[in-house]
Write a protein that binds this ligand. Structure first.
Ligand code: ATP
Ligand code: MG
Length: 251
């Protein structure tokens, strides 16, 4: 079983899009999948067809010890399980800082349910804050979505430093599971240059699959659907299936 933290402190690089669509593709491939929305923006929750305003119990209640994790998990339209978030998750962000086991809180919560899943994916906020640290401490691997543009590599080295620190201090098992090129446009020279540099620096970690920029991928969340449900034959859908294939090959 794998627990994958989907992380990049840079905003808008495709973390949530990858969390939702990879969850749907792994579920389609008959894996048992749980998606944890760790972002107060709650985009993974909305994109999974769930209105945060309609939720009784969220990941925030679990992290504040107000609810057990099991009953807080619900089923998404696509069939994978989700531990949803609401904007109130900012409460946990503050209160975890005063907690003795602040970095280990989520890991402790996951121990009772992790054996029910083949994959647990965590959608992180665009920051290396305490929620992201909790995710990295709980994870077996990190999946880093990267948009191939000028500042991408700079942010990546900062992220790799953080991952190395957490690995040596709190989670020896943590490794970079893979780096994913998102919103890729092969006609854009800069995109290709950055992609070449990634191949050079991260030959082992870089997924072969590149997710192309595809309008259908951007439209799907407003329908509360993954790209598989929304347009299963689109380029975006085929590329996320190919990514899931790469991950499964590694089992
Ligand atoms: P944040 O840091 O705010 O959480 P994020 O890293 O989760 O952002 P997303 O929300 O997944 O990024 O994507 C940012 C925007 O780019 C969204 O509007 C999304 O629909 C769009 N997008 C993501 N992937 C693609 C794609 N392959 N093709 C076209 N649009 C995309
Ligand atoms: Mg997001």
């Amino acid at each position: 079983m794998k627990i994958l933290s989907i992380v990049n402190q840079k905003g808008g690089v495709g973390k949530t899009t990858t969390s939702i669509n990879l969850s749907a593709c792994l579920q389609k491939m008959k894996r048992r999948v749980l998606l944890i929305d760790l972002d107060p923006q709650s985009n993974a929750t909305r994109g999974s067809g769930i209105n945060p305003a309609s939720i009784d119990v969220s990941v925030n209640d679990v992290l504040l010890d107000r609810a057990d994790i099991g009953p807080a998990i619900i089923n998404s339209q696509d069939g994978y399980d989700i531990l949803p978030s609401t904007p109130s998750l900012t409460e946990s962000e503050v209160s975890l800082l005063n907690n003795d086991d602040r970095e280990f809180h989520l890991r402790n919560k996951l121990s009772s349910i992790k054996n029910s899943y083949d994959y647990i994916l965590m959608d992180c906020p665009p920051s290396l804050n305490i929620l992201t640290v909790n995710s990295l401490v709980s994870a077996t691997g990190v999946l880093i979505p990267v948009q191939c543009e000028f500042y991408a590599l700079q942010g990546l080295s900062e992220l790799v430093n953080t991952i190395n620190q957490i690995q040596s201090k709190s989670n020896n098992n943590l490794k970079i599971e893979g780096i994913l090129r998102t919103m890729f446009d092969s006609r854009n020279n800069l995109s290709s240059d950055v992609s070449d540099q990634l191949e050079q620096y991260f030959p082992k970690e870089l997924y072969k699959t590149k997710i192309p920029r595809n309008i259908r991928v951007a439209e799907a969340p407003s329908h509360g659907q993954s790209i598989l449900e929304y347009d299963g034959l689109s380029k975006g859908s085929l590329s996320y299936l190919s990514l899931a294939g790469e991950i499964i090959k590694d089992e």
